[in-house]
Design a protein around this ligand. Structure first.
Ligand SMILES: [Zn+2]
Length: 82
């Protein structure tokens, strides 16, 4: 996830295939793909920025960034182990 000023992010294709979701306090609007469910970006209500999934930007790769923490999302589970 990368943060940018609100005026620096534009969805150039596929906007019609996004759906919104608001968690818990509803302080942010999160956008997901209706087809595959991937998180694309979110907008905090009070901040002047967006956070976006760099994997959804064709011209960027996480390998192009320095000092970035890489995680394997498929290793996460929503089920707590006992
Ligand atoms: Zn998708």
């Amino acid at each position: 996830m990368v943060m940018v000023d609100r005026d620096k992010l534009e969805v150039t294709k596929g906007a019609e295939n996004l759906t919104e979701y608001q968690f818990n306090t509803k302080a942010a609007i999160h956008y997901f793909c209706k087809t595959c469910g991937i998180y694309t970006h979110h907008q905090k209500r009070r901040d002047d920025n967006y956070a976006f999934n760099i994997g959804c930007v064709d011209s960027l790769s996480v390998d192009d960034l320095e000092e970035v923490m890489k995680i394997e999302g498929s290793a996460f589970s929503t089920v707590e182990s006992e």
